[in-house]
Design a protein around this ligand. Sequence first.
Ligand SMILES: Cc1cc2nc3c(=O)[nH]c(=O)nc-3n(C[C@H](O)[C@H](O)[C@H](O)COP(=O)(O)OP(=O)(O)OC[C@H]3O[C@@H](n4cnc5c(N)ncnc54)[C@H](O)[C@@H]3O)c2cc1C
Length: 549
Amino acid sequence: MQSPRTQLSQAATSARQDYDVLVVGAGFAGMYMLYRLRRLGLRARVLEAGDGVGGTWYWNRYPGARCDVESVQYSYQFSPELEQEWTWSERYATQPEILRYANHVSERFDLRRDIQFGTRVVSAVYDDAAARWTLTTGTGESFAAPFCVMATGCLSATNRPRIPGLDDFDGPVHHTGEWPHEGVDFSGQRVGVIGTGSSAIQSIPVIAQQAGHLYVFQRTPHYTVPAHNAPLAPDYVRAIKAEYRSLRARAKQMFSGIDFRINPSSALAVDAQTREREYESRWEYGGTTFMGAFSDLLFDRDSNETAAEFVRGKIRSIVRDPKVAHALSPRDIIGCKRLCVDTDYYATFNRPNVTLVDVTEAPIERITPAGVRADGRDYALDALVLATGFDAMTGALNRIDIRGQGGRALKDKWREGPKSYLGLMVAGFPNLFTVTGPGSPSVLTNMLPSIEQHVDWIADCIEYLRVRGIARIEPTVEAQEAWVEHVREVAGPNLRSVCSSWYIGANVPGKPRVFMPYIGGFPQYVARCEEIVAAGYAGFDLGPSRAPR
Ligand SMILES: Cc1cc2nc3c(=O)[nH]c(=O)nc-3n(C[C@H](O)[C@H](O)[C@H](O)COP(=O)(O)OP(=O)(O)OC[C@H]3O[C@@H](n4cnc5c(N)ncnc54)[C@H](O)[C@@H]3O)c2cc1C
């Protein structure tokens, strides 16, 4: 008679669902991956923790959430028909509009039938002998395939602050990255927002309009520039649609994958008046293109300081209370942390129902059942908003127990910081791909073209292997080490690598401090990926062969 354990394992094996490729995540990356795999005639299954598509835009439903890359560029380009039929209504689309877009894409390309929602992958284990990945979900379901694509997102693992007493708070606590779908009514309430990064900067002006009183607990002030968001004029949309191909081509030649004008001059090569005029016109235009005012803002501290001081001047002119203006003014490098884009952020601190609580010197002591204790005071609150961001780039991957050759855990391999080849694959983890992984331009770019480039690379790679009957691909340790070294080297001269940002994991206690994205620029990166393919996947071990398809 079989033991219960044998019976169980047999049941699990027979229940295992087999595919050609498994994809984890149904954000923009997972959706496009599925589209490409289907066109290759492959059987693919997408496993998604949420109950719908859209990833970032499914989860981040906080008030004021919107993109900070202009909508006409923050969109897929793989389908010219899709580009023509979808019309963005605002310069920076709101979260609901971007989510509608994601749903439209999933319906237009009939993606849903191959996506299993409400399914969190908890482990991914590679079987050397069978050359297969087996993924297990939180409910014990199991899926297997020769290839696995982690489309789990760079900013999808929320970062909850470790503040004593957080669980004791009597009222509701909402993280901006896990916002309730039914919305939150703050009318008349005393609300505390912890954190002043991008999500806080977007949500604070909107929450302030509804709340009875809003307390903003700020540890580090951020630079933010106005969005000057507005509805898109039909003529503008028509003009963009008429020239979409050349707009996309121009964008691909830009460091950030975004089409905009960079002034080739150094900030220090012009006189003060010319400099001021350039900053003023960029401020008036709005958005992150402010950093294109001069070409050396991210390479020369003195140049950078001219831009930083311009923004501080703006804060002083907008915020009436000089003490509050001072507290809101960052002292560090502008653009070092991701530059934020806002609507009325600084002006919100002129409202009588908004209080800035500067916790730079004395961090929040604790959360009590009634509110927040900080700065030697108790702030009574009805609701708390955690705008504390994400365990970026590695968080979602490390929350899955990923085991490669010989059962080695990815978490252990990355204990000193992530190592990968091109941000696409990791030595010791054959046939496992990461979309916009650490070591690729990813979060330093417009993510949509970066996602599409990675998905295309992965789909072409899988096809290359199948056509030649090659069962396995994996980067060599040497190629990976050389890439990691290159990523480190190019980060060196860039001012972005010097401050305590989430790019280096500084927002998560205990996380190794490594500058994670590749800062060599989108065009240079794409060229490198293409050279590697042209050289027969240089730096990768391929094999063994089986009968070609
Ligand atoms: C508020 C906000 C605003 C942003 N604005 C911009 C912008 O303006 N421009 C820009 O370029 N980028 C922006 N980004 C970055 C944004 O994350 C990317 O642009 C893009 O949406 C990422 O798509 P993705 O599919 O790679 O990842 P995501 O959209 O994060 O999707 C990943 C999916 O994987 C799922 N998942 C993760 N782990 C598991 C698991 N173990 N099991 C099952 N499912 C799992 C998640 O539930 C999620 O749905 C923004 C990010 C945030 C948070």
